[in-house]
Design a binder for this molecule. Structure first.
Ligand code: NAD
Length: 264
């Protein structure tokens, strides 16, 4: 563990349990010396997040549901009270009704389309608005996306449309905040078995397919996404903004499958 993140304080949104990508990033940032604050979504997750926060000596700054602007304000007010400023922000939040993460995209309902876009896309802008005010010495904002933004993946459906909009948001936010030395980037992670991923139809098959066809012939772990996250959150990437960086064992470069995934 080096000191790459020493003296940096960051808010991490999206820890649900120890399989969350946000947790992998938080652990890696902590290993490199960062101080952290976590939020939780509702009481059910509070009791999971609190012991994880304690493990890293992190603050828990309250309940945050991005569909409730008052809860976002409250969390940023608490960060301001505790720290006065913020150096980095991790946005690892996404949601879509699992009934629509299967079958055809064309059958998406207006209600779930709007909800998916609000939680998975607009929330990045909502939290960036609040973070901008606290990032008085510049800062780094990191979100999580997936290859389903670029190419059609089975069952990913409206989430793929949302991730495409999220990636475009990263570029627009990067331009708006660049003059304040606030950088905005995304990691496009390969598939990982998390709570959110369990809502996606045939997810096991997608994992197998990646394992058999990614150049590195394996999937990725939250620890590996975390290590790449440290690059974006630290000054190592100080000249990088508006970027979507794949941490997917190289899957995104493959134009033709190598082997069929076995039947499962
Ligand atoms: P996860 O279930 O551990 O995390 C998802 C988080 O989103 C949870 O902490 C949940 O509380 C939060 N969330 C959902 N709705 C919310 C709301 N209304 N307000 C506040 N928080 C809300 O799953 P994960 O896979 O770690 O997901 C994190 C991010 O990574 C998501 O954006 C996901 O799309 C992205 N991602 C995941 C994969 C994968 O295969 N798991 C791959 C690429 C990208």
């Amino acid at each position: 563990a080096g000191g790459l993140m020493k003296g940096k304080r960051g808010l991490v949104l999206g820890v649900a349990n120890n399989r969350s990508i946000a947790w992998g990033i938080a652990k890696a940032a902590h290993d490199h010396g960062a101080e952290l604050a976590f939020t939780y979504q509702g009481d059910a997750l509070k009791k999971r997040v609190e012991p994880l926060a304690a493990e890293l000596g992190a603050l828990v700054v309250g309940h945050c549901d991005v569909t409730d602007a008052a809860s976002i304000d409250a969390v940023f007010a608490e960060v301001e009270k505790q720290w006065g400023k913020l150096d980095f922000l991790v946005h690892a939040i996404g949601f879509s009704d699992k009934d629509e993460l299967t079958g055809r995209y064309v059958d998406t309902t207006e209600g779930n389309f709007n909800k998916t876009m609000l939680i998975s896309v607009y929330s990045l802008t909502a939290v960036t608005q609040r973070a901008e005010k606290l990032m008085t010495d510049g800062g780094s904002i990191l979100t999580l996306t997936y290859y389903g933004a670029e190419k059609v993946m089975p069952n990913y459906n409206v989430m793929g449309v949302a991730k495409a909009a999220l990636e475009a948001s990263v570029q627009y936010l990067a331009v708006d905040l660049g003059p304040k030395n606030i950088r905005v980037n995304a990691i496009s992670a390969g598939p990982i078995k998390t709570l959110a991923a369990s809502g996606i139809g045939d997810f096991r098959y997608i994992l197998k397919w990646n394992e058999y066809n990614a150049p590195l012939r394996r999937t990725v772990t939250t620890e590996e996404v975390g290590d790449s996250g440290v690059y974006f959150l630290s000054d190592l990437s100080r000249a990088v903004t508006g970027e979507v960086h794949h941490v997917d064992s190289g899957y995104h470069v493959v134009g033709m499958k190598a082997v069929d995934a076995p039947d499962i």
